[in-house]
Design a protein around this ligand. Structure first.
Ligand code: NDP
Length: 281
């Protein structure tokens, strides 16, 4: 029996699936393409209908894979893409979005993120996002890789409080946001989206994770995901191009970590005792 998909509420009130699917690395190898599409489609079948991509991934290749995977199923998907900072001038943002829409074979993104902060002033990027919302090309906008000081600056802009998410590096081995960014966002009901939730695979061999996994008849990937999935206000977007891993990741929602598990994980991966600047991959 699989638990129902839990949701995260956007500031606008809309609920999106807590567990989504990343796409970094997709669309780079023709030999893997079929599996990538199958994996994404299986994920949709299992309710992981939040798909995260970016113009950067495979230089548009990942968006093309996503476009193929969601063809005929666009309505099921909460589709997220990102603009590169060096494209993020006013007109550059609009045309980058239009190129993404073409590759994704759709006429609207659900959420469009500034991939990281570049040299364009926030006001100019927000102006472009606003125009994209008004013309119906995107529904919501958000940011990625912004630490607390950048977020504080952002929400001072007239439209800044409408930021739908900050997508950041967050997993057991990267807990810095717990010190300041996460409580700050929680207080303002701004969701966070945890990227690289299994540290791009580097968490899979960790002895503590292996031990807890064995106790739950689960895998280390599932323990790393379930540790994130127990939190509120947080989306989790593992990437996999392997259909069997999609099922495994979905099943992480069924795992209930015990108090003892959580204490052991805190010892193996201590929470931050002081400010740690936001890291990015
Ligand atoms: P993840 O932590 O999601 O790890 C992905 C790796 O783990 C892949 O090699 C995948 O291999 C493997 N994997 C996935 N599930 C399993 C499993 N159940 N068992 C074993 N191995 C598994 O790293 P990502 O960096 O890809 O992060 C996820 C997504 O977040 C990205 O794809 C992207 O969409 C987003 N992201 C955003 C960034 C930003 O700057 N905003 C930066 C980095 C990521 P396989 O495919 O073979 O399963």
């Amino acid at each position: 029996a699989t638990t129902t998909m839990r949701t995260v509420s956007l500031p606008a009130g809309e609920k999106i699936p807590i567990l989504g699917q990343g796409t970094w690395g997709m669309g780079e190898d023709a030999g893997r393409r079929k599996n990538e599409i199958m994996a994404l489609q299986l994920g949709l079948d299992l309710g992981m209908t939040l798909i995260d991509t970016a113009e950067m991934y495979g230089e548009g290749g990942a968006e093309k894979v996503v476009g193929e995977a969601i063809a005929g199923r666009r309505d099921e998907v909460f589709l997220v893409s990102k603009v590169l900072p060096y494209n993020a001038t006013h007109n550059g943002t609009i045309t980058a979005c239009e190129r993404s829409l073409q590759r994704l074979r759709t006429d609207q993104l659900d959420l469009y993120l500034l991939h990281w902060r570049g040299s364009t002033p926030f006001g100019e990027v927000l102006g472009a996002f606003d125009e994209l919302v008004r013309t119906g090309k995107i529904r919501y906008w958000g940011v990625s890789n912004l630490d607390i000081s950048d977020m504080q600056e952002l929400v001072e802009f007239p439209d800044g409080q409408n930021v739908a998410t900050d997508q950041v590096l967050y997993n057991l081995a990267r807990r810095g946001i717990e010190y300041d960014l996460q409580p700050w966002c929680r207080q303002r009901h701004i969701p966070l989206m945890a990227y690289s939730p299994i540290e791009q695979g580097r968490l899979l061999d960790h002895p503590q994770l292996k031990q807890i996994a064995a106790q739950h008849r689960a895998t280390p990937a599932q323990i790393a995901l379930s540790w994130l999935l127990r939190q509120d206000n947080l989306n989790v977007i593992p990437k996999t191009g392997t259909p069997a891993h999609v099922k495994e990741n979905r099943a992480a929602l069924d795992i209930q970590l015990t108090e003892q598990d959580l204490q052991q994980l805190d010892r193996a991966f201590p929470p931050p005792p002081r400010k740690v600047p936001l890291e990015m991959l």
